[in-house]
Design a protein around this ligand. Structure first.
Ligand SMILES: [Zn+2]
Length: 103
């Protein structure tokens, strides 16, 4: 899940939280985004993303598999695609974010 949490600095910031262990995923290289697929594994069932550490992925899928198949992709790639699809992967957007007070 995406959650706003209080950091050690006292400021609040959006973080990716593992839906299996509940800990923050602090390095995108350690994370996956998971989607429940249909029973045949041919189409995303709801499109709802879930986030896991790579080391938590198998436990997450095993606990929730049932009749469904899970798809997974690397968190870093997924975040880049998200930024691209929101036209947020640009220097002006990054500069503006740096200027804004962080929540
Ligand atoms: Zn985890």
């Amino acid at each position: 899940m995406i959650k706003v949490v209080r950091r050690a600095t006292g400021r609040y910031a959006p973080m990716v939280i593992c839906d299996q262990c509940g800990e923050a995923i602090t390095d995108c290289r350690d994370g996956n985004v998971e989607y429940k697929a249909d029973r045949l594994g041919t189409d995303a069932f709801t499109g709802e993303p879930f986030f896991t550490h790579k080391e938590c992925s198998e436990a997450f899928e095993s606990a929730r598999g049932g009749l469904y198949v899970w798809w997974a992709t690397e968190l870093g790639a997924w975040l880049v695609w998200l930024l691209d699809n929101a036209k947020a992967n640009t220097p002006d957007v990054r500069d503006n974010a740096e200027k804004l007070e962080r929540i």
